[in-house]
Design a protein around this ligand. Structure first.
Ligand code: SF4
Length: 499
């Protein structure tokens, strides 16, 4: 994954377009100056306050495409490529463009107010880079940043360096603005005269709570101490972070050393809620649910939204403190302890440390997206009484489009077959509008053929929230006819549906 060129060319087209425009802008200006002695491109794109106040408002945007020097252009291009490459997992091209649009205007406004009548040309690039760095810091600031896939650096330190660099460069630019134009370092001195200027029902908020058997064998009934085994597995899981392959993304990054993979999680876990819940499967509730922050998938219909995507959300997780809360909940009547996310697999060391601190007779539930690796399954063997696993998509195309994950179906099927052999298994499928025949139908058919009798919870509480507005078919709720069709499919396959 550390091939910078490959990463860049795998960017969504809209992102690649933005990067390409910026990459070509300075060389184009430079060549024009070399050939003609001045640059009409710069004349038309630079931020000239006097001209903006006369109506040439595009300059408040386009000036961010220009650079004052080859050094400024190269540094901004480097940061732009690095930050876009990271934020691509969480942002769409449209969001990136809108963000850059707002950043550019936001930077132009103070210049336009302070230098209201100035007939000078400000160049840019810095505002978008600074704003993107702030966005990165808000999402993943505790982590090290992987620059162009080549080396790591602390973002906060870069913040300060970047601000200083910006101040220095633009102070120099101001001094260099001879002929009323910010010029490249090696701008040719060929002109004799001063140059004359001539972006259904939807909400961005996550939906929150989705409304909607007896165990095959309890781990606690086994002859070994689960806590002792969990302690060993937790140590193994922690050391596995040095070359992380906990989920099927197989990033291979060293999370112990500050590197991060597609989930953006570091070595330690946060949690965004820990409370007794009653909205899960009836046989499991009340359950004391512990939600660990961060996920390896990016489902646009995620019900917990930002907390699920952001491993920095919530509070720092302590296995001992959480175990004390869980034990108290069990005494108060909770039937189970459920570890979920986000996706708990990405925080396997923390989850196993919690298991090690819980009594062997506690009934534990592993609520997962079933996108874990064989290594994760090995470490989870004997740890949980119940796997509550999602089977979200019936084909890889929908998985790629709605959750940005490839090879989804094979990975999930592998996990479900394993879980059915090693614990109690409950499979969940959330009905989504427009996805009955492409997703639910193949999921139901596969479950009927490969896991006959497995417990299936057909979730009917889809709500158009979070990023569902990005997909036309997800901008409403599941229709009555779709729900009836889904239940008909379940009956045809004689699925063991549970509430
Ligand atoms: S948990 Fe998965 S996504 Fe996160 S770093 Fe490890 S392999 Fe990558």
């Amino acid at each position: 994954m550390n091939n910078p060129i490959k990463n860049l060319f795998a960017l969504p087209k809209g992102m690649l377009l933005l990067l390409g425009i910026y990459a070509l802008s300075f060389p184009a200006i430079y060549l024009e100056v070399k050939l003609t002695g001045h640059s009409r491109v710069l004349e038309w794109l630079g931020l000239n306050p006097a001209l903006v106040w006369k109506g040439q408002v595009w300059r408040a945007l386009t000036f961010e495409l220009t650079s004052a020097s080859v050094l400024s252009w190269a540094i901004n291009l480097f940061w732009l490529a690095t930050l876009i490459n990271i934020l691509r997992n969480d942002w769409t091209s449209l969001r990136l463009w809108i963000f850059c649009f707002i950043s550019a205007v936001g930077a132009a406004i103070p210049l336009l107010l302070i230098f209201r009548q100035a007939d000078v040309y400000f160049t840019g690039g810095w505002a978008i880079v600074c704003a993107l760095l702030l966005a990165w810091d808000r999402f993943y600031g505790r982590e090290r940043i992987l620059m162009l896939g080549l080396f790591h650096h602390r973002a906060q330190r870069r913040h300060h360096l970047l601000r200083l660099r910006w101040l220095a460069i633009h102070a120099l630019d101001a001094l260099r603005r001879r002929d009323r134009l910010a010029l490249p370092d090696d701008w040719p001195e060929t002109r004799d005269e001063p140059w004359q200027p001539n972006r259904g029902i939807t909400t961005r908020r996550p939906a929150g709570i989705m409304i909607c058997a007896e165990p095959k064998r309890l781990v606690a009934e086994k002859s070994f101490s689960r806590a002792v085994l969990a302690r060993k597995h937790a140590l193994l899981a922690r050391s596995a972070l040095a070359d992380c392959h906990l989920c099927a993304h197989h990033c291979g990054v060293n999370r112990l050393n500050g590197e991060t993979g597609l989930c953006h999680a570091g070595a330690n876990a946060n949690f965004f809620f820990a409370q007794t819940e009653v909205t899960d499967e009836l046989e499991l509730i009340p359950t004391f649910a512990v939600a660990l922050s961060g996920c390896d998938l990016r489902c646009d219909f995620c019900i917990t939204g930002a907390e699920s995507w952001n491993p920095r959300a919530g509070k720092i997780f302590s296995a001992e403190e959480m175990a004390a809360k869980a034990k108290a909940a069990l005494v108060d009547g909770a039937k189970t302890v459920m570890i979920l996310g986000g996706e708990p697999t990405i925080h396997l060391p923390a989850a196993l440390e919690l298991v090690a601190a819980l009594p062997d007779n506690a009934k534990l539930v592993w609520k997962t997206n079933a996108h874990g690796s064989a290594q994760a399954r090995e470490l989870l063997d004997g740890m949980f009484d119940v796997w509550l696993a999602d089977f979200k998509f019936g084909n890889d195309g929908c998985a790629q489009r709605l959750a940005k994950v490839s090879d989804y179906v094979a990975v999930v099927q592998e996990n479900l077959l394993w879980a059915n052999e090693h614990s109690e298994l409950v499979v969940r499928h959330l009905l989504m509008p427009g996805h009955i025949d492409c997703c639910w139908k193949p999921v139901a058919a596969w479950l009927a053929e490969n896991l006959p009798g497995v417990k299936v919870n057909l979730r009917s509480g889809f709500w158009p929230a979070w990023h569902t507005a990005r997909h036309v078919e997800l901008r409403g709720t599941v229709s009555t006819s779709e729900t009836e069709r889904a239940w008909e499919i379940a009956r045809e396959h004689r699925l063991n549906l549970i509430p």
